[in-house]
Design a protein around this ligand. Structure first.
Ligand code: A3P
Length: 296
């Protein structure tokens, strides 16, 4: 119970201006000094941008479309989430990563400026996935309601403000997507968009294949397409987080595989909220070449 107490609706604290859980911030030295390896593959994203989807695609590619192998463990045990710190004896991301044989595939939500520098030094490959802010916000809001491992989102109105001002875990969405967008010009980063994946998943899987320097027969590619579709992943207990106890994620409040559709934000934003959001967005994204589609 004491363990659970530290874990449920955790205290938060900033690390270099970016909000994290207190337990992550207490562990920050270890996270920052994480030793990446040249053959690590890192899947990076802002929360709720299609991380789990990308993880499933990558795992299916690495296992040549073998569904059974991809069901060997939960998403979160297949790919250590490096900064995610849990009270012992639970496995933190760093513990899982250190026990995992190479080549490893890892996950992070850290903004580029807080990525452990060994990833840059070792030139590990990185796949970044970004999602338009309105759908990301809606997804993050519902996720924050159902998971007890994150701060309570408050009301919808309050949450829009928290998101816009970056007062949510992993900080500002705007700085996150821009920071990684700039990083891709200097490092081996494949920068993907959730909306592109939804529009033409085959094309995007082919981009990942090329980035991973792999080829595969059309039939395997089609199998991967099928098994990483929203409807199939929603039914896959090794991908949909339903193996976690209700005390950590209450999927009756909102399922992890919730909607999986670009444009769902229209069901939540009022006209006024949308206008204000757009105005603020223009300010925060001014000068960047990065653009998003809020529907497809
Ligand atoms: P919604 O809440 O909008 O449905 P992450 O994995 O980064 O936490 O992102 C979760 C979001 O990705 C959720 O969005 C989830 O439904 C969506 N998602 C997961 N798997 C998907 C898939 N195969 N196709 C489309 N969306 C998917």
């Amino acid at each position: 119970l004491q363990l659970v107490g530290k874990y449920i609706q955790p205290e938060t604290r900033e690390v270099n201006g970016v909000l994290m859980t207190k337990i992550m911030s207490d562990n920050w030295d270890k996270i920052w000094n994480f030793q990446a390896k040249p053959d690590d593959l890192l899947i990076a994203s802002y929360a709720k941008s299609g991380t789990t989807w990308t993880q499933e695609i990558v795992d299916m590619i690495q296992n040549d479309g073998d569904v059974q192998k991809c069901q060997r463990a939960n998403t979160f045990d297949r790919h250590p989430f490096i900064e995610w710190t849990l009270p012992p004896p639970l496995n933190s991301g760093l513990d899982l990563a250190s026990k995992m044989p190479s080549p490893r595939t890892l996950k992070t939500h850290l903004p580029a400026q807080l990525l452990p520098p060994s990833f840059w030094k070792e030139n590990s490959k990185i796949i970044y996935v970004a999602r338009n802010p309105k759908d990301c916000l809606v997804s993050y809001y519902h996720f924050s309601r159902m998971t007890k491992m994150m701060p309570d989102p408050g009301s919808w109105e309050e949450y829009i403000e928290s998101f816009k001002t970056g007062k949510v875990l992993w900080g500002s969405w705007y700085n996150h997507v821009k920071g990684w967008w700039d990083a891709k010009d200097k490092h081996r980063i494949l920068y993907l968009f959730y909306e592109d994946m939804k529009e033409d998943p085959k094309r995007e899987i082919q981009k990942i294949l090329k980035f991973l320097e792999k080829e595969m027969p059309e039939e395997v590619l089609n199998k991967i397409l099928y098994h990483t579709s929203f409807d199939v992943m929603k039914q896959n207990p090794m991908a949909n987080y339903t193996t976690l106890p209700t005390i950590l994620m209450d999927q009756s409040i909102s399922p992890f595989m919730r909607k999986g559709m670009p444009g769902d934000w229209k069901n939540y934003f009022t006209v006024a909220q949308n206008e204000e959001f757009d105005k603020d967005y223009q300010k925060k994204m001014a000068g960047s070449t990065l653009t998003f589609r809020t529907e497809i």
